[in-house]
Design a protein around this ligand. Structure first.
Ligand SMILES: NC(=O)c1ccc[n+]([C@@H]2O[C@H](COP(=O)([O-])OP(=O)(O)OC[C@H]3O[C@@H](n4cnc5c(N)ncnc54)[C@H](OP(=O)(O)O)[C@@H]3O)[C@@H](O)[C@H]2O)c1
Length: 318
């Protein structure tokens, strides 16, 4: 399934005709607009060729600017990078999917996307407010649309040729299975939180069996402390192999057959997180024996994410 033994350059084939996804990806969930531009550019310059975006991150325009300028400066072709974005929960109604897709394309200043994901399986009340709440502060869900309705609208985007692959995010195995069973165009990628404290072994097994790429977010445990970066097993392996804990965690993720997203903000960390190399089998086994279990992001249960950039207008009154 994989091609290069150089983890930095590894690209995993998607379904026939859907291209190849670079296993090592850069995530653009960065609250500050200027920092988004700088970090995206740092990542491109360090060697990252896979960029994960979302309309929900409210910074697609900044990512688009950084990519356009960075590609031109380095003489890199659009076809040499892989760009993903995601449709938000308030756009699940079929008639809203294509306009949301076109709006993301316009903000990113791209003519096609490599991958479009349903950000979460939860439909929220349609409208311009990304976070619709009732007077008690509870999310207002949309009961008038099913995930399969939204998926069919995603399939038609592939039919129209502006999107090479489609997939799902923040989805549990029991929700993925019926969509997989009913889909005319099967999901190419499933993006979920995954790291040694949340290995998602059963989901990964299903994905491997069906030829779906599991794309792991929070590989460094969102950088939280205490956490994965300070885990004694990870730190011990890092010291033994002469790498940093972040490099160990990213290598483990790719060697177990997933793609992975990381979000370094400085140029130095972008270079560090790109400079990964394979771990020996005994190190992989040691990480697989870690018993700690922790889910950091509850979005998979509610559709409500954490770590979202606030614009002036959304910060007011919230
Ligand atoms: N589908 C979803 O619902 C969902 C949810 C969350 C994230 N995502 C995607 O996944 C991407 C990855 O996000 P993540 O937060 O999970 O990434 P992560 O790489 O696990 O964590 C990022 C954090 O780790 C720190 N960090 C990065 N490199 C480091 C290093 N070499 N040493 C020490 N600390 C380091 C960063 O600190 P600095 O900022 O100081 O560099 C930042 O605080 C997001 O950008 C987004 O694209 C998707």
């Amino acid at each position: 399934m994989t091609e290069s033994s150089d983890l930095r350059l590894r690209r995993i084939p998607l379904d026939p005709g859907a291209g190849r996804i670079p296993a090592l990806g850069f995530g653009t969930l960065i609250p500050d607009p200027a920092e988004t531009i700088a970090a995206t550019r740092n990542a491109l310059d360090a060697g990252f060729r896979h960029f994960d975006c979302a309309e929900r991150y409210r910074n697609e325009r900044e990512v688009g600017t950084a990519l356009r300028e960075g590609l031109a400066a380095a003489g890199i072709a659009r076809e040499d990078i892989f760009v993903t974005t995601k449709v938000w929960n308030t756009n699940h109604r079929p008639e809203r999917v294509r306009p949301a897709f076109e709006a993301s394309l316009e903000r990113l200043a791209l003519t096609y996307l490599d991958l479009y994901l349903i950000h979460t399986p939860f439909a929220f009340q349609p409208g311009d407010d990304q976070d619709p709440r009732d007077q008690d502060g509870n999310v207002i869900y949309d009961r008038e649309v099913t995930l399969l309705d939204t998926w069919k609208a995603m399939e038609s985007l592939v039919d129209h040729g502006k999107c090479r692959a489609i997939g799902l995010s923040d989805i549990a195995l029991e929700t993925l299975k019926p969509i997989y069973g009913s889909a005319r165009i099967k999901p190419s990628v499933v993006q979920v939180e995954s790291h040694p404290y949340l290995p998602e072994t059963e989901l990964l097994g299903f994905c491997k069996e069906k030829g779906i790429v599991l794309l792991a977010f929070a590989p460094l445990g969102h950088g939280m402390k205490p956490g994965l970066l300070g885990d004694p097993v990870i730190a011990g392996i890092a010291a033994r192999v002469g790498k940093t804990p972040a490099q160990v965690l990213l290598a483990w993720a790719i060697q177990r057959g997933t793609a992975v997203l990381t979000t370094p903000r400085s140029a130095a960390r972008a270079r560090e997180n790109f400079d990964i190399s394979p771990l020996p089998q005994d190190a992989l086994d040691e990480i697989n024996r870690i018993q700690t279990r922790q889910r950091l992001n509850p979005v998979v249960n509610t559709g409500v994410p954490g770590f979202i950039p606030q614009t002036k207008s959304t910060a007011q009154g919230k």
